[in-house]
Design a protein around this ligand. Sequence first.
Ligand SMILES: [Zn+2]
Length: 502
Amino acid sequence: MDLFNNSPLKILTFIFLLSLIPSNQLCANTGSDSTSYSISINKNNIKKAIVECIVKIEDSSLFMSSIGANQFPNRWANFIHELKATTPEGKPVELKSLDGAKWKVHVSDGSYVKLHYEVHLDHEEHEWSGGVDGAAYARKWGVFYTGRSVFIMSGKEKQHIKVRFYLPEIWKVSSPWRIIENQGNSYLIDNLTSLTDSMFFAGTHEEIILIRDDFQLIFALGGDEIVKQKESFSKMATGVLDYYIDLMEGVPNPSPDNKFSKSIVVINSSSKTDGEVIGNNISILLEKDGDEMSELIGRFIFAHEFFHLWSGKSFAPLNDDCEWFKEGFANYYTLKSLFHIGYLNKESYLKVLNDFFYQRYITDKGTGKLSMIDGALKHDHWGLIYSGGFFIGISQDMLIRSSTANQSSIDDVMRILFKKYGGTNEGYTLSELQKLMSEASGKDQTAFFNTYIQGVAKIPLDHYLNMGGFDAIEENGKLLVSLKKDAIPTEKQISDGLFGIK
Ligand SMILES: [Zn+2]
């Protein structure tokens, strides 16, 4: 995505594009026989990974991830070379290559097969619709792979998958996987979803590790310009992480089907800026010698996506009629968190509210015509769903705060959802959101939901901002908003709430 020259609009457009990345899930609950991989990289040619694995064959087939690399008929297998299969005793096993990174294996199901193959790290020689940051790439200081670019698998319900690395002497690995102690660079992965939705960086990069309760956030930083900003990234990550934990009153608590206790954020310098989210992990490339903008982009991407570890992964809607809530409120808390870490001040916060979010909303062809409960619209109507949802968040927040003399806020609704659904396989519904927001303000929100959420009317954002200590007016396609000069103390508290100030 070649989006970033120098305007905040472009940066924020990036968040929008980021949201388009599909994240499918394989399902892997129960399983048995362990699969193990070894990945060897030689310092004389880091653009080649030699993979060996032992896998129990199911459905007479081998396959790679079905997500991504759509530009090649043989998908991720485009980068696989010298694939050979034998029995564990070394007797050759016949493989028939099929389209779409699949192979038919001529052994009976339940047999073990040993695979040997090479992954050639030539991904950067091709065009990637989502950028090479979602595939694999090499740098002087190491190599980045997504799980989907490396692993050939069989079956659906494998558990306790082991990955071991053999690397140049001074290299290390950053990954979201569980470390197996005292076994060199060895890791344990719960299931095939976690394996393919993962990413790792191996090299001489630097790490920042933040631990809160049983949750770990790992930053892998590569390239001189990036490593130079280690301190600043560390401050940003700590600030945003602690803001969210404080807000939600706990670390992420995902459903039992998608357990994770580690998230990795890989940031490397590159010729252009890009970012991608896979599973619970974030890959970011930042333009080499980029201006302050590079720094800013990293913060926006991180803060929005990171919020989804709570809203999205810990508590999620049952249907796609609540995408406006999931995405819009993530934008609201992104801005609050960036204010909290001092990246935005009141002035720049309100400026971004009009210059980007309001502009996207008001110019969206769906605004005033389509209902935001149609989640499928999120791909073509960013303004309606992501900005519109954000404005529902502001409106409800101002309403709740002004109805309760700032004793309650939309934060309470987030916490109720997190406490109720965190760690479960259940999810919330649209009617539950309506009920919770009604209870928070003590005012029935049926009409609000019928009009602005299920209905297609444009949200009168100025009206709601004016409830909360702002002077706001919408005119000529602009949102003019400033802090009310003669605000009474309660109004000042409410307007502070918009910025996330307690
Ligand atoms: Zn999102």
